[in-house]
Ligand binder design. Structure first.
Ligand code: HEM
Length: 200
């Protein structure tokens, strides 16, 4: 890549990725504005935000393989932002569940988390994402040192739980969750292969 192109990407890359990451939300508002949330808007909101939570999680996990495969370190600049957007969409997803599904009825939510395995798994993934989001600042990276990397390895577990949550909740056609499971397996498999072939 030419130096000018690299400089341009360094300047515009983050604002571009940030704006693109807000497109799903804009699209969701547009669908609502134009009356396209369907007969069951809560279901539409839950599915939409759930899908985008998982997509951003997978995008975050794709950064390191992309960097290694293309040899362009610039991908790394977007990893934190993508991870925070995954957290943002999960927060929206959980808020829909909390507000519109259960109207802040905490005891009903606790019972639901205990009773339905796919909710237990989704909720665990959500809880695990909180410390990752909270320690994503440069200050926390410095303060935690090597422990930061150890903590942030939780993102692999979160990805697995996210896919499991989807696989578990689907009753009939599992082709879509299987597709996400395949992408996740590819991303994690690549990392394992890379570690075995490059790290002593
Ligand atoms: C990392 C965390 C999570 C991810 C990646 C995730 C992802 C998803 C995905 C992909 C779907 C299916 C969307 C579709 O059918 O198109 C979904 C549905 C759903 N999720 Fe999550 N989710 C997470 C956490 C949670 C949490 C914390 C809750 C609530 C406690 C939750 C409750 C639900 C519900 C109620 C549905 C709809 C189930 C149905 O249609 O029967 N999820 N989620």
């Amino acid at each position: 890549m030419t130096p000018q192109r690299t400089r341009l990407l360094q300047r515009l890359g983050k604002p571009m990725v940030f704006s693109a990451s807000l497109l799903p939300l804009t699209w969701l508002f547009w669908l609502g504005w134009s009356g396209q949330w369907g007969a069951n808007p809560v279901e539409t909101l839950t599915h939409f935000t759930g899908d985008w939570s998982l997509r951003f999680l997978l995008l975050t996990l794709a950064v390191t393989p992309l960097r290694r495969l293309t040899g362009w370190n610039g991908w790394q600049r977007f990893r934190r932002m993508l991870g925070l957007f995954a957290f943002f969409y999960v927060c929206l997803h959980f808020s829909v569940y909390l507000i519109f599904d259960h109207f802040f009825d905490i005891s009903a939510i606790v019972a639901d988390i205990a009773k339905r395995p796919y909710i237990t798994v989704g909720f665990t993934a959500f809880l695990l994402l909180i410390p990752l989001a909270a320690t994503s600042t440069n200050g926390m990276i410095k303060r935690l040192g090597r422990n930061w990397q150890r903590l942030h390895r939780l993102v692999y577990v979160i990805g697995i739980l996210g896919v499991l949550h989807y696989l578990w909740l689907v009753k009939a056609d599992i082709s879509e969750p299987l597709l996400y499971a395949g992408i996740l397996a590819g991303l994690l498999g690549y990392r394992l292969w890379w570690r075995q072939t490059h790290c002593g």
